[in-house]
Design a protein around this ligand. Sequence first.
Ligand code: NDP
Length: 444
Amino acid sequence: MSYIDEIIQQVIEKNPDEPEFHQAVREVLDSIRVIVDANEEQFRRDALLERLVNPERQIKFRVPWIDDQGNAHVNTGYRVQFNSAIGPYKGGLRLHPSVNIGIIKFLGFEQIFKNSLTGLPIGGGKGGSDFDPKGKSDREIMSFCQSFMSELFKYIGADTDVPAGDIGTGAREIGYMFGQYKRLRGVFEGVLTGKGLAYGGSLARTEATGYGLLYITDALLRDHNMSMQGKVAAVSGAGNVAIYAIQKAQQLGAKVVTCSDSTGWIYDPDGIDVALLKDIKEVRRARLTAYKEARPNAEYHEGKGVWSVKCDLALPCATQNELTLDDAKQLVANGVIAVCEGANMPTTEDATKFIQEKGILFIPGKASNCGGVATSALEMSQNSERLSWSFEEVDAKLKGIMENVYKNISAAAKKYGMEGNYVAGANIAGFEKVLSAMNAQGIV
Ligand code: NDP
């Protein structure tokens, strides 16, 4: 059995009940076969892959908090510090009832290569809790966030591990966590990113993941002699990534006709009204039924359905494994040109394979959504030099980073004879830098 297959088997055996983690490892290792096979003897001797797939550290803790009625609840908190070969651990905190150690490990593993692709000095980590922020009052959110940080603060710091937002963790949650960290440590430092502008946040961080997704999609289309102008796009999700993806797609001349949340989806033939969507999701924190009420021409449907709409571009921006093989078949039958992932691993393995086999352009999340973490790293730089850059400066840097990511993944795929396979390109380009740093630092 090849070294890679042995490791995949080991990961499955040693980490049972963690299918998302298995999926992420399989996808990355399959893509780097060409490098591993050529160096098998040395990699085996150095246990390179064992060190790659085992987190440097996993922290799991109890998070007790008290609701508005005075009742105590207990959630589980996690932080997985996966790989610090190229810089301090960096990766978001997910607050969602579906969170478990396997989900956090899949996200942390992906983050290693994503962070490497940005070209910035950040290692891979991820964390979160099975706490559900939905329906909680501000006081309850604060109670949870303070308790969560009362444990997490022991393990993080501006030069060791810098968490950020993710599903369920937005500016409000980051604010409460930052306040508690500062109180416990007595230090005002850039320990979290996604902070408010009044206390060290970066302009354009809120927009960065969605904007970055569109910058790379635009670069992809231009490279294939097409443009965003006049394209019809389907977007899933209605959170941070989706909202700013829709906004930038519209600025670049596309028409976005869908968005969704966990209960239903919207089809708006006139194009999504972003200002309305922002008001519903960022201010009122309401459901998408409120969109339909304000836009009678739009349709609201319960459940899933975004991928049944005819579109040129499919941009999944909600959550993992939301675009299945059936969805992919429908998209291809409807003539989709490109699928670019805004969320982490939103396309299932068989759907990804199908899309690639049909010759549809496909960029995986670790490349196409890395604008968020890249801008988080820019926030860290601004915090370190105690300066704030203008929106235009950060946005221009983000655009440059995304264009470079596209060039690098494209070149890596070509170099190894897989031209146009951006999944392989992203994994190889991300892996090469981490490999070189791991080799230089010895067996640690
Ligand atoms: P948000 O919490 O802001 O939004 C998530 C959106 O997806 C919401 O509309 C939510 O609906 C929907 N959603 C979440 N879970 C499910 C589910 N199980 N089924 C259907 N819909 C669901 O998160 P973000 O926009 O920040 O993150 C979206 C994705 O992008 C995630 O995969 C995240 O890891 C990834 N990502 C985010 C980055 C960032 O900077 N924010 C950076 C890089 C990647 P509802 O509100 O009803 O739950």
